[in-house]
Design a protein around this ligand. Structure first.
Ligand code: MRU
Length: 352
């Protein structure tokens, strides 16, 4: 059954995730069907949302945090034993994807409210939790706008910007982190061109970043990940900007696999690499990149394309979803609390 287009809370014309006005279910844009199909799926059970996060119906660190916050509202609606069921829901959601800290950040924020309102009537608890989840969503959009202002100021007029994966409206509550920086530069009247790594093996750059930017009328060129080196060598890239899934206290940044390669290339060619991430992505309890758990994804994402086997059976396959870029390779980190440069513990703790 076709599902009505939601009214995105961000004010955009599409949205990765929304809670229905009556709090009964959430709508996810089915990102696996993009760019060909713009379809929404309706989910009203926590287990279904956890599966949708794991299977990447919704993806991107802030967007999965928001989806998890809304899923906690669904848990409250169905709870028999309120706090026990809320804790179970949080554990189920947190297990869906391990690297992006936004997921556990959001469930813990919702759990902490649940504990404070446990003695209220069920209907009031659901209403309070829904307000909190929408607040998380709104704050994310506002954070993206603020980061965009900070980062956009570092983008020169006429710049060609390299980005990796998708850190746009589809990966957030709306507007985007890395793509928010690009959008803000464009909105400030600058001419900006984007070069999007296709982002093997899941192709978030080719499928999602290109879709978003083309829709916004921002010039975008998709390249094979392996082409970035020669474009930088030819002086055709002015800077790179990416998002993050977790920023450790040391300033080390976990982001989509391949980001570390982009960072090394930028350093070799003396171009800045910027990271844009909301404070919900900063994990001060995690001391350095070595402590970040890297998600290992299914080998099928590499061995098959569109149902067809590309890699011979019997070959070993490794498919880490993320890598860690050491703080020293990041020129500046933009958060809604301010800019951190040089990137490291002192700058992060000052903002905390
Ligand atoms: O596996 P994905 O698509 O969820 O990975 C997404 C990324 O790595 C993004 O760059 C990151 O979450 C930042 S999104 C604003």
């Amino acid at each position: 059954m076709p599902i009505d287009h939601p009214s995105p809370l961000s004010g955009a014309s599409y949205s990765a995730v929304e809670l229905l006005p009556d709090d009964s279910a959430l709508l996810l844009l089915e990102q696996r069907r993009l760019p060909d199909h713009e379809e929404y799926v309706r989910l009203d059970a926590v287990g279904d949302v956890a599966r949708a996060i794991e299977d990447m119906v919704v993806r991107g660190a802030p967007a999965i945090g928001i989806a998890a916050a809304y899923a906690m509202v669904l848990a409250a609606r169905r709870a028999d034993s309120f706090l026990r069921d809320m804790q179970r829901a949080a554990s189920t959601l947190e297990a869906a994807r391990p690297t992006a800290v936004n997921l556990a950040w959001a469930t813990r924020r919702m759990l902490s409210l649940a504990e404070r309102i446990a003695d209220r009537a069920p209907i009031e608890r659901v209403a309070e939790l829904a307000d909190e989840a929408r607040c998380i969503h709104r704050q994310d959009v506002a954070a993206n706008r603020r980061m965009g202002e900070l980062g956009g100021a570092r983008v020169p007029d006429g710049a060609t910007v390299l980005t990796h994966c998708n850190a746009g409206a589809l990966a957030t509550g709306g507007y985007g982190t890395a793509l928010g920086v690009i959008r803000a530069a464009r909105d400030a009247g600058k001419r900006v061109r984007v070069v999007a790594d296709e982002t093997r093996p899941y192709l978030q750059g080719a499928r999602l970043t290109a879709w978003e930017l083309a829709r916004d009328g921002i010039e975008v060129t998709v390249i094979a990940d392996s082409a970035a080196a020669s474009l930088l060598a030819q002086g055709r890239i002015d800077l790179a900007v990416v998002g993050a899934d977790r920023v450790a206290r040391s300033g080390d940044v976990a982001n989509k696999i391949g980001t570390y390669g982009v960072a090394c290339l930028c350093r070799a060619h003396e171009r800045p690499l910027y990271v844009a991430a909301p404070w919900s992505t900063v994990d001060l309890e995690c001391r350095s990149g070595e402590e970040i758990v890297i998600e290992r994804r299914s080998a099928v994402e590499l061995t098959h394309f569109d149902g067809r086997r590309l890699v011979p059976a019997g070959a070993h396959v490794e498919n880490p979803g993320f890598d860690v870029t050491p703080a020293r390779l990041v020129s500046a980190l933009f958060t809604e609390r301010g800019e951190v440069a040089p990137v490291g513990e002192a700058g992060l703790v000052a903002l905390a």
